[in-house]
Write a protein of this length. Structure first.
Length: 265
């Protein structure tokens, strides 16, 4: 399962607001642009993305000023397509749903059979001036009662790999917004690897609210596996595959072969 742990920083939608007001965004916010630099912390260390206006995105592993991978990208409404050209290459395009805010950009898997690109891309990225962003949010949190600010701060911390801080903010947000299934999935991710029962709680509620969300089924599968409920886990992975998480068919085939072959017989 470790090859997919980066998926705990899963995509959701929320505008980053400074003055206590927000709005729904089903497409990338026209006032924000993906062009420029974005950063995140992964299991392998920090990674930077720089989107250029000429349709190229440069990947900098380690954020040391070097360009390690060059891809082309294309935006189609709320969907982005990646096509690797140089460096660590993936032969087929990767397709992700996209959300851009003033605080972060989030990528949610649509279709990609390249495990390395999935691990690097999926989830939250924030701006290089994240300390300033966090400071502004913290100031506004003290000045207002807007719980959306907690959600934005949580997602910046998810991009930075700060699960404890993110969970604290998500706890506050979910007290006032208990039916936000995307935030529940975010919080489920922060509970790894020590609170599998908590992961089940959040994922069960998210699935109850939105049964077609593949991420909730995937995370519940991870939790069930860690708790020793292996057949349940494989059933959850199978449901995630049916909902579009195609690469799990390859990634989990060795562990779930026995259970899946029973279903096919």
């Amino acid at each position: 399962m470790k090859v997919f742990i980066s998926l705990i920083f899963l995509t959701s939608f929320c505008q980053c607001v400074w003055a206590g007001r927000g709005y729904e965004t089903n497409k990338p916010d026209k006032s924000s642009s993906i062009e420029g630099k974005w950063v995140r912390m992964t299991q392998s260390g920090p990674v930077g993305l720089e989107f250029n206006g000429d349709g190229k995105v440069e990947v900098d592993f380690g954020i040391d000023g070097t360009v390690d991978v060059v891809s082309e990208y294309e935006m189609r409404n709320d969907t982005i397509f990646f096509i690797d050209r140089n460096g660590e290459m993936c032969p087929e395009p990767g397709i992700y749903k996209l959300e851009i805010t003033d605080c972060y950009v989030a990528f949610d898997l649509v279709d990609d059979m390249c495990n390395g690109r999935i691990k690097m891309t999926i989830g939250f990225w924030t701006k290089p001036n994240f300390e300033e962003l966090l400071g502004n949010l913290t100031k506004k949190i003290y000045e207002t009662e807007n719980t959306e600010l907690y959600l934005s701060r949580a997602r910046i911390n998810l991009a930075l790999g700060k699960a404890i801080e993110a969970k604290s903010d998500l706890d506050v947000y979910l007290q006032q917004n208990p039916n936000d299934y995307k935030a529940l999935i975010n919080r489920a991710g922060t509970r790894f690897p020590h609170d599998m029962e908590g992961v089940l709680y959040d994922c069960n509620k998210a699935i109850e609210l939105e049964p077609e969300n593949k991420n909730a089924w995937f995370l519940r599968g991870l939790a069930n596996w860690e708790l020793g409920f292996k057949e349940k886990a494989c059933d959850d992975f199978s449901r995630a595959i049916d909902l579009g998480f195609s690469i799990l068919r390859i990634a989990e085939e060795q562990r779930c072969r026995e259970y899946w072959s029973r279903k096919e017989d």
